[in-house]
Design a protein around this ligand. Structure first.
Ligand code: ZN
Ligand code: FE
Length: 255
């Protein structure tokens, strides 16, 4: 038995996630853009929230934490490094921390770049990675605090997870991310196929997350700086992957 995953649209284009262990009844929420849609989902499923997991300090990921905590009594877990700018934490996490939801152990992965204290949660048994604004569907987060080198190293760690891992990211930005990707790799068949599927999903009002790591590896330009067509597109045939990544990130900012 493994964790049940529920994707919850919040605000304009954010996502929160619930994970539920049917054996113990433990339920965690990853990021809380707003409390109301999460409370609605919990009561519809008759789940009791036990844990609130925070990926990073931006308001569109934490604004609902206080209300959700007050309504459920759940424990709040987030990065020790960012404790000064997160809601009060019951458990301050480092990469050495481990905790579990039911019998599924979570690994805490430091993924600086978008912010310096950004963390991801990886549940190996369930094959779930909560990456928020680090690795995103078809893209990656903007570099508000960290460097391109930090983000590249964060993405490289995530890219090495098992390819069937579900990447649960923080926003519905996929269509525009893939439009940018197509400017770099117009002939990538996996990318062309994904663009069609994402357009169909959005046309039906469906979320394009989670995605699988394997589709990110095949289509997300931020995981593909080694590809010849991408290097040619940015005019950097002899650069390192990290340098090419930095140039792709700059171009996306202007896209
Ligand atoms: Zn953010
Ligand atoms: Fe965000």
């Amino acid at each position: 038995m493994t964790l049940t995953l529920v994707t919850i649209p919040c605000l304009k284009d954010n996502y929160a996630y619930l994970i539920h262990d049917p054996v113990s009844g433990e339920t965690a929420c990853v990021d809380v853009p707003e409390a109301a849609p999460i409370l609605t989902e919990l009561s519809a499923r008759d789940w009791r929230l036990t844990d609130i997991l925070i990926t990073h300090h931006h308001s569109d990921h934490i604004d609902g934490v206080a209300e959700l905590r007050a309504a459920t009594g759940a424990m709040v877990l987030g990065a020790a490094a960012d404790a000064h700018r997160l809601p009060p934490l019951d458990l301050a996490l480092t990469e050495d921390s481990s905790f579990s939801i039911g019998s599924d152990f979570a690994r805490v992965i430091d993924v600086p770049g978008h912010t310096v204290g950004h963390i991801a949660f990886y549940f190996a048994d369930a094959g779930l990675a909560f990456t928020a604004d680090s690795l995103m569907a078809g893209g990656c987060g903007r570099l508000f605090e960290g460097t391109a080198a930090q983000m590249w190293s964060s993405l490289s760690i995530l890219a090495a997870l098992p390819p069937q891992t579900l990447i649960c990211s923080g926003h519905e930005y996929t269509a525009s991310n893939l439009r940018f990707a197509a400017t770099l790799e117009p002939d990538n068949p996996a990318l062309i196929y994904r663009i069609d599927r994402v357009a169909a999903a959005r046309g039906n009002g469906q979320a394009t997350v989670p995605s699988t790591l394997s589709e990110e590896l095949a289509t997300n330009p931020f995981l593909r700086p080694h590809q010849a067509q991408i290097r040619a597109s940015v005019g950097m045939p002899h650069a390192t992957d990290a340098e090419t990544f930095a140039e792709i990130r700059k171009r996306k900012d202007r896209f």
